[in-house]
Design a protein around this ligand. Structure first.
Ligand code: ZN
Length: 377
């Protein structure tokens, strides 16, 4: 049975001086071969709790696995967001003081790429891998080591987590939607890996850094690979020194955990880890299913054309024909005169993925997110 260790990482302090902490679990492989190392975190957004249950199930299952590389797991990654309650609801998507999204505070400075390539143009792949990882970690350490001006509460949490993520080759950031089906954010270059997850819907994202954890871990390497390519050296993303892969795994709806579903989610992650050689346990294989993908530009939000009460009609994950209703809106000011119900449809076939968590919406509220121009992968 593999042993895991538990540490407590300090990520900040409250006004009282009380420490904000997150638990860090780590499995160490006996035979550290060339297999990719792994970092998995959950609950960066306060209400998105299912990933905590998935990490619990992973810890149980990984004890019996034949580990080929080290795996670090961090549930409850954001103690401020997780405790941000209002009435019976958890908020925790935005820092309550600054309004900033907790998952947009990670760090990557594009300006490090060009000088690094210049100084290491003829370095071996192994040297590039080691030195560039050191550079990324040094950048984070410099941010964390403090300076006269300090950093924000959210940056301090994010950078501590990113420090762990930068030490791994594979990064999984576990989230959920509001009311949602499962879906995966996957870098375009890693599309082939989407088939190992038991997730029917994948959003393919390009190399734009917007501050999220997945981007913060793959964008530096993708940018580096492209800069080397422009200098005449070709490396393949996802392989060898550039074996970095990073995903945001959306596990369903917020504010709920289901331990049985979490077991299925954990098995899905294990089948991906088996495919990447992180574990050697062939019983973990992806399920057979039709997997659809669309590019990020085709993952579209539908905003409510009017205020009212929404009856969400469309099933998640199933293609919805053009003209078929997604939802109907009830208008309380128009009862009895025939204008009380308004149907909403689109002019093209889509796959609904998630919808807003409340029936009560203003004009302009994001009602649904849907796949347009989707294709099988
Ligand atoms: Zn989230």
């Amino acid at each position: 049975m593999n042993k895991f260790t538990k540490e407590v990482m300090f990520v900040g302090e409250m006004a009282s001086g009380a420490k904000l902490t997150v638990p860090v679990y780590a499995f160490t492989a006996d035979n550290n071969v060339a297999a990719p190392t792994v970092y998995i975190q959950a609950n960066m957004h306060g209400a998105e709790v299912q990933g905590n249950a998935v990490i619990f199930q992973l810890l149980e299952l990984l004890q019996q696995c034949n580990l080929q590389a080290n795996i670090t797991l961090v549930p409850y990654a954001n103690p401020v967001g997780c405790n941000h309650k209002n009435g019976e609801y958890t908020l925790g998507r935005f820092d309550p003081i600054t309004g900033e999204n907790w998952n947009r505070m990670y760090h990557f400075d594009q300006a490090i790429i060009a000088p690094f390539v210049e100084q290491n143009l003829d370095a071996s792949a192994e040297e590039i891998q080691t030195k560039f990882q050191q550079l990324l970690l040094a950048q984070i350490d410099k941010k964390l080591a403090h300076n006269i001006w300090g950093i924000t509460t959210g940056q301090r949490i994010a950078y501590q987590l990113q420090r762990l993520a930068h030490q791994a080759d594979i990064v999984l950031d576990l989230h959920t939607g509001p009311i949602s089906s499962k879906h995966l954010y996957c870098p375009e270059y890693a599309q082939a890996s989407a088939q190992y997850f038991d997730i029917e819907h994948t959003i393919l994202i390009d190399n734009d850094f917007g501050g999220a954890m997945d981007e913060a871990t793959f964008c530096p390497w993708w940018s580096l690979q492209q800069a080397y390519q422009a200098s005449g050296r070709n490396f393949t993303m996802g392989e060898g020194a550039f074996k970095k892969e990073s995903f945001t795994v959306e596990l369903g709806s917020q504010e709920q955990i289901d331990l049985d579903v979490a077991k299925q989610d954990a098995l899905s992650i294990l089948s991906y880890l088996q495919a990447k050689g992180v574990i050697d346990n062939k019983q973990y294989q992806p399920q057979k299913m039709t997997r659809y993908a669309c590019y990020l530009k085709d993952y579209k939000a539908l905003y409510s054309p009017m205020g009212g009460m929404i009856d969400y009609l469309a099933d998640f994950g199933k293609p919805l024909a053009a003209g078929e209703p997604l939802a109907r809106i009830l208008r309380m000011d128009n009862y009895g005169d025939g204008e009380a119900l308004h149907y909403i449809s689109l002019d093209q076939q889509v796959i609904p993925i998630l919808h807003f968590a409340s029936a009560s919406v203003n004009q302009g509220t994001e009602l649904y997110k849907v796949f347009c121009n989707y294709f099988e992968i």
